[in-house]
Design a protein. Structure first.
Length: 140
């Protein structure tokens, strides 16, 4: 069973490599995409397939934010005794990278808690990678 279990982006990247998904399926709009990969994904699979999947639309320019953990760690950052630490972790790399990015850059993060923390820490909305690719699809 494990051989048939994939992260979303692993599946999309495989389908692209096998020719079942094409860049022609997507708009060619130019966009800067900033990616924060969830810690769990970094630990079990890495970010290569996420970057590959997001790179399928021809006009997308992907930049992975060289962040470690966003600082939220599930509900950790919402707990009163961890709130300040959570924000300090976000302020190490992730939040400054997003704050200094172009306001038109698309921010994406697969982790739910990461997306919430990005919004709370920077005021920017981070989209799930599925939403980013869905918006890039040519509508038929």
């Amino acid at each position: 069973m494990a051989a048939n279990c994939f992260l979303f982006d692993e599946f999309i990247a495989r389908e692209f490599r096998e020719g079942r998904i094409s860049s022609d399926d997507f708009k060619s709009d130019e966009a800067e995409i900033l990616v924060h990969t969830h810690c769990q994904q970094k630990a079990i699979a890495g970010s290569a397939s996420l970057i590959e999947a997001l790179s399928i639309p021809a006009g997308y320019h992907i930049k992975e934010i060289p962040s470690g953990c966003c600082g939220m760690a599930g509900s950790f950052g919402y707990e009163k005794e961890h709130f300040d630490l959570s924000n300090k972790i976000g302020d190490l790399v992730l939040f400054p990278s997003i704050r200094k990015s172009d306001e038109n850059a698309i921010i994406t993060a697969p982790g739910t808690s990461c997306r919430h923390h990005i919004k709370d820490g920077t005021g920017r909305i981070a989209l799930h990678p599925v939403d980013v690719l869905y918006e890039a699809l040519k509508k038929r």
